[in-house]
Design a protein around this ligand. Structure first.
Ligand SMILES: CSCCC(=O)C(=O)COP(=O)(O)O
Ligand SMILES: [Zn+2]
Length: 234
């Protein structure tokens, strides 16, 4: 079966990676039902992102929307983002972009090396984000797995994962993320949590972004298990 992307190999390749990550994260329980969204950068000022409201374990390459980083839908034949203006091809009529598109776009704007952004609704991220919401940050140190995060060289590293309040207003949430990066920088940042909602993580490539999500999931799980064990210790 041909898809509406089949004449655009680079875009189709990115869409295939988004389909694959959706299936994998669904199977791991990190993107159940319609929870989560995934994107990849296309050139300097564009990205391809999953359509809103789709079951993330059942995505197809047609469930993708091409957007510029200012929030305009692009024709899906624009590929590298060279096109601009309102969409004229099938991508606009087939699908609306993720409700969280602004958060992805802001990350690509703020972090020029980011090539993929992954958002998951995993149980451990969701629970920890609620538990530590009052502090506004989750601090993790002492685990060898920290070294799976890019540029981390030692288990003694302290990873500070900011936690933002959840809201349905994505402009407000994007503003909170911006303000945090203005205050603390983004160089040491690999991801952030939204309270009661989930995790955002990114990487230079899809492979690195997936590794970061996996590492965070492991670290969140260990953190929860450790807290549980400590609570039940005699
Ligand atoms: C039960 S999913 C609620 C919306 C959400 O948080 C999410 O990650 C998926 O939204 P999208 O518009 O990208 O499908
Ligand atoms: Zn979400």
């Amino acid at each position: 079966m041909t898809s509406h992307l089949s004449h655009h190999p680079a875009l189709e390749a990115a869409a295939s990676q988004l389909v694959a990550v959706g299936r994998d994260f669904y199977e791991r329980g990190w993107a159940l039902a319609t929870g989560g969204n995934f994107s990849m950068r296309l050139g300097t000022n564009a990205m391809v992102i999953t359509a809103s409201g789709r079951e993330k374990g059942e995505l197809t390459v047609d469930d993708m929307v091409v957007m510029d980083l200012d929030g305009r839908m692009l024709p899906s034949n624009s590929g590298s983002g060279s096109g601009s203006g309102p969409a004229s091809s099938s991508s606009s009529s087939r699908a609306r972009p993720s409700a969280e598109t602004k958060l992805h776009a802001r990350l690509y704007t703020r972090i020029p090396h980011a090539g993929a952004v992954l958002h998951v609704h995993s149980p451990s991220a969701t629970v920890l984000s609620r538990l530590d919401a009052p502090q506004g940050v989750l601090e993790i140190s002492g685990y060898e797995m920290l070294k799976a995060l890019s540029d981390v060289r030692t288990h003694q590293h302290t990873e500070r994962v900011p936690i933002f309040s959840n809201t349905q207003n994505m402009e407000d949430l994007a503003h909170e993320v911006d303000a945090w990066m203005d205050a603390f920088g983004s160089d040491a940042l690999h991801g952030y949590l939204v309270a009661g909602h989930g995790l955002y993580a990114w990487g230079r490539t899809m492979r690195e972004a997936r590794r970061h999500v996996e590492a965070f999931e492991f670290l969140f799980d260990c953190t929860l298990r450790t807290r549980n064990a400590t609570r039940h210790a005699p």
